[in-house]
Write a protein that binds this ligand. Structure first.
Ligand code: AMP
Length: 184
């Protein structure tokens, strides 16, 4: 049973590593960014509400994300474990997740923080060419990360759940370092 939260700035490689680890452990990779992009593409009511925030590099309002995650973590495939990628994104969401996990009688094992220097983040992000990856939006997403998401590093460190991994290495080296750190 593995339950992990992945933290890291945009471009830190969090999505790739979360997906790789989830495949290795045969558990769902739950990426709020992917779910939202899919809702936007499908034009669902949630997608219509989320679109402008996502395209501008802002966080989608908490109440939308919280309802979405409550529903996702209640799906039967989550009973064997999960990797959360992109959630929680601020302290309010982290508090909500704490309560939701208590309700579900689940416990997160570790919070993996991928640490990559700022200058490397921008060049990685510009290189991947996602539609919400224009230079202006990238700059805004990094700001939002620093203001709202980075405080979660201390939040989880204080609770002794944090594992920090140096993320500016090859993909395989980072995967191996995470496996070693979480003892999989
Ligand atoms: P990501 O793919 O995780 O980089 O997320 C892309 C975008 O989706 C973000 O810039 C936000 O607009 C939105 N998003 C993803 N996860 C969340 C979340 N937990 N809370 C609010 N907005 C989110």
């Amino acid at each position: 049973m593995t339950r992990l939260i992945f933290l890291g700035a945009p471009g830190a490689g969090k999505g790739t590593q979360a997906k790789t680890l989830a495949d290795l452990c045969a558990i769902p990779h739950i990426s709020t960014g992917d779910i939202l992009r899919n809702e936007v593409t499908q034009g669902t009511p949630l997608g219509v509400k989320a679109k402008s925030y996502q395209e501008g590099g802002e966080l989608v309002p908490d109440h939308l994300i919280l309802d979405m995650m409550r529903e996702r973590l209640n799906q039967p495939d989550t009973k064997d474990g999960w990797i959360l990628d992109g959630f929680p994104r601020n302290v309010t969401q982290a508090g909500f997740l704490d309560n939701l996990l208590k309700e579900l009688d689940q416990k997160c094992d570790r919070v993996v923080n991928l640490d990559v220097p700022d200058e490397e983040l921008v060049s990685r992000l510009l290189g991947r060419g996602r539609p919400d990856d224009t230079e202006e939006v990238i700059r805004r997403r990094l700001e939002v990360y620093r203001e709202q998401t980075a405080p979660l590093i201390d939040y989880y460190r204080d609770r002794h759940q944090l594992v920090s991994i140096e993320g500016s290495r090859s993909m395989a080296e980072v995967t191996a370092a995470i496996q070693k750190a979480i003892d999989l």
